[in-house]
Design a protein around this ligand. Structure first.
Ligand SMILES: Cc1ncc(C[n+]2csc(CCOP(=O)(O)OP(=O)(O)O)c2C)c(N)n1
Ligand SMILES: [Mg+2]
Length: 544
C-alpha cells in the first residue's frame, strides 16, 4: 500500500462521507486513491467554498467536516473558512498538499510554511513526515477537532511522502471521550445560588447545541421558571414559541433582552463562549452572580468572574441542578416576552417596497418547515435574522458569530443539504457576501443539491453603512453595482426570481422551494430600517 492509500483508509475509518476541495499537483495521489473509496469528493470552485462547506457540515453533524487543497495558494485560500470554523468551534479537518520534503529547506515553487500559517487558526497542526505515523496523525486530528471545544485540525501532507510505500499499518480504532458528570459539590453550590436568587436568567450559548443538551435546557427552564436568552449561535436551543424564551443576544448595542439582564441578579451561563457575545456587553457593572455551566472552565475576563463553575456534561449538570431547586416565580419576563414578540411581528405584513427586513424574516419563516435549515451570511441581514427569525429547533438557523466571515451562507447551504438531503436548505445572504462565493452555484448544480439563495439586495455593504452613519453621519465607500442576479443565476442553469412587490415574496419563496433546484431570489431590501431600529433601541424604555 502507498501512504496516500493508508491516509484515505484512515479517513474512511473516521466515517468521512464527503471531502470538499480542489485537486492540485501536490495532492494527486490522494485524489487518485479517492476514486476507489467510499468517500465522495465534492469539487468546489474556490477552496474558501470548500472550507465553509466543511465548517457548516461540522456544525450540523458534530462530526468533523473535511476540506482538501493543494499547497501554497490552495492552502491560503482555505484560511478564512478554516479560521471561521476554529473560532466558531465547528469541527473541521483541513488537509493540504505540500512540496516534497527534499525541497522544504529552500526557496522553492509555491512553498509556504503551512504548519505555521495554520497554527493560530487551529487546535492541532501537523506535517506528515513518515508514512507509518498516518494512523496516529489522522486519529489525533479527528479526535482533537471533535473534542470540546471543537475546532480545526490541519494536516500538511508532502507529495513525496504520499507516494512512499507503507506496510503493516492500519487505521486506529475510533474512540471519543465521554464527558464526565460534574462534581456533586459544584451542582449543589449552583443549586444553592439559584435557589437564593430573586431574578435568575439563563444565557445559553452554542455549547448547549454541541452538547446535545437542548432538551435538558428546556426542562430546566420549565421546571425552575427561569427565562432563557440565547446567543445568535444558540438560536433554537429553546423554541422561539416557548414562553420562557426571551430572545437572541449578540448585537453590540442594547436590545430588548438587555432589560432581562439589567433586572437579573444571577446569570446562569450554559454552554456559553465569550466569542459569541462579550460579557462586558451584558455585565458592564460586574455586580451579578455568574454561574458557568460548560464542558470546560471559563475564559478569564474581568467581566466574567464566577460565583460558581460547573464543569462537565452540560445536560447532566442541568438535570442535577433542576432536581435540587424549587420553581421560581417568573419575574416580569412574561411582559418582556410579549413586548419582544410584538416588535417582531409589527411589520410582518408591511406592504412597502423595497421590502422591510422584518417582513423578509417573517415571510421566510412562514414559508419553511420547523426543520428547514437556514444558513445566514454576515451583515445587516444577519442581525435582522438573528433577532427576528423564529427558530424552533437547534441548528435550524446557522449563524457565524465568532469569526463572522462573509461568504459562508451559500457554500454552507450546500453542505447543509448534503448533510440532510430531506430538509430544505436556504442561504440568507447580503448582496456582497453572495458575490464572495457565488461561483459555488455551479458546484450545487453539478452535485445536485437544491438550495434557495435569498439575497437581501441593497447595493451596499449595508452593515458598514449603518456603523458609518451612527459614528459620522455620512458614509464612505460602501456602494457598489450588482449584476442582474436573475440573469446571473440563469447563466449557470439555475433559476432566478426578482421580488418586485412585497406581497410577491411569499409566493416566490414557496415556488423556489417547490422548484427543487438551485434558485436565486433577488429581494430588494429597505435598510432605512437599520437606522430606525438603532434609534428605537436607544430610546427603549424597559417594560420590566
Ligand atoms: C470576509 C469579510 N470581510 C469583511 C467583513 C466586514 N463586514 C461585515 S458585514 C459587511 C457588509 C456586508 O454586506 P452585505 O453582504 O451586502 O450584507 P448587508 O450588510 O448589506 O446585509 C462587511 C464588509 C466580514 N465580516 N467578513
Ligand atoms: Mg448589502
Amino acid at each position: 500500500m502507498k501512504a496516500a492509500e493508508l491516509f484515505v483508509r484512515c479517513l474512511e475509518n473516521e466515517g468521512v462521507q464527503y471531502i470538499f476541495g480542489i485537486p492540485g499537483e501536490e495532492n494527486v495521489d490522494i485524489m487518485d486513491v479517492l476514486l476507489d473509496s467510499t468517500i465522495r469528493f465534492i469539487t468546489t470552485r474556490h477552496e474558501q467554498g470548500a472550507a465553509f462547506m466543511a465548517d457548516v457540515y461540522g456544525r450540523l453533524t458534530r462530526r468533523a467536516g473535511v476540506c482538501l487543497a493543494t499547497l501554497g495558494p490552495g492552502a491560503t485560500n482555505l484560511v478564512t473558512g478554516v479560521a471561521d470554523a476554529n473560532m466558531d468551534h465547528a469541527p473541521v479537518v483541513a488537509i493540504s498538499g505540500q512540496s516534497s520534503t527534499a525541497r522544504l529547506h529552500k526557496e522553492t515553487h509555491q512553498h509556504l510554511d503551512l504548519v505555521n500559517l495554520f497554527r493560530p487558526i487551529s487546535k492541532y497542526c501537523v506535517q506528515v513526515l513518515h508514512p507509518e505515523t498516518i494512523p496516529e496523525v489522522v486519529r489525533k486530528a479527528f479526535k482533537t477537532a471533535q473534542a470540546e471545544r471543537p475546532g480545526v485540525s490541519y494536516i500538511d501532507f508532502p507529495e513525496n511522502i504520499a507516494r512512499l510505500p507503507v506496510e503493516g499499518k492500519q487505521p486506529l480504532k475510533v474512540q471519543s471521550p465521554l464527558m464526565p458528570v460534574p462534581h456533586p459539590r459544584k451542582i449543589q453550590q449552583a443549586a444553592d445560588i439559584i435557589a437564593a436568587a430573586k431574578y435568575p436568567l439563563i444565557l445559553a450559548g452554542n455549547g448547549v447545541i454541541r452538547a446535545g443538551a437542548s432538551e435538558q435546557l428546556v426542562r430546566f427552564a420549565e421546571k425552575l421558571n427561569i427565562p432563557v436568552a440565547s446567543t445568535f449561535m444558540a438560536k433554537g436551543v429553546i423554541p422561539f414559541s416557548h414562553p420562557r424564551w426571551l430572545g437572541a443576544v449578540g448585537m453590540q448595542s442594547r436590545d430588548h433582552v438587555a432589560c432581562g439582564f439589567d433586572r437579573a441578579d444571577v446569570i446562569i451561563c450554559v454552554g456559553y463562549d465569550m466569542v459569541e457575545y462579550h460579557p462586558n456587553l451584558w455585565h458592564p457593572d460586574k455586580d451579578r452572580q455568574i454561574i458557568h455551566i460548560n464542558a470546560l472552565p471559563a475564559e478569564v475576563d474581568e467581566y466574567y468572574v464566577l460565583a460558581c463553575g460547573v464543569i462537565g456534561d452540560v445536560g447532566a449538570a442541568l438535570d442535577g441542578i433542576a432536581a435540587l431547586v424549587k420553581p421560581h416565580h417568573v419575574f416580569a419576563a412574561a411582559r418582556l416576552w410579549h413586548s419582544i414578540v410584538h416588535e417582531l411581528s409589527e411589520h410582518a405584513d408591511d406592504p412597502s417596497y423595497p421590502v422591510k427586513p422584518q417582513r423578509i424574516a417573517w415571510d421566510l419563516r412562514r414559508s419553511l418547515a420547523a426543520d428547514s435549515i437556514v444558513v445566514c451570511d454576515v451583515g445587516a441581514h444577519k442581525v435582522w435574522m438573528a433577532r427576528m427569525y423564529h427558530a424552533e429547533r437547534p441548528n435550524s438557523c446557522i449563524i457565524s458569530n465568532g469569526f463572522a466571515a462573509m461568504g459562508i451562507a451559500l457554500p454552507g447551504a450546500i453542505a447543509a443539504k448534503l448533510a440532510f438531503p430531506d430538509r430544505v436548505a436556504v442561504a440568507v445572504t447580503g448582496d456582497a457576501g453572495f458575490m464572495m462565493n457565488s461561483q459555488e452555484i455551479e458546484t450545487a448544480l453539478r452535485i445536485g443539491t437544491p438550495i434557495v439563495i435569498l439575497i437581501w439586495n441593497d447595493g451596499k455593504y449595508g452593515l458598514i453603512e449603518l456603523h458609518q452613519l451612527r459614528r459620522f453621519g455620512r458614509t464612505s465607500y460602501v456602494d457598489f453595482q450588482n449584476p442582474d442576479f436573475v440573469k446571473y443565476a440563469e447563466s449557470f442553469g439555475a433559476k432566478g426570481y426578482r421580488v418586485e412587490a412585497a406581497d410577491q415574496l411569499m409566493p416566490i419563496l414557496k415556488q423556489a422551494i417547490a422548484d427543487n433546484t438551485v434558485v436565486v431570489i433577488d429581494c430588494p431590501v429597505d435598510y432605512s430600517e437599520n437606522m430606525k431600529l438603532t434609534r428605537k433601541l436607544a430610546e427603549m424604555v424597559c417594560p420590566v
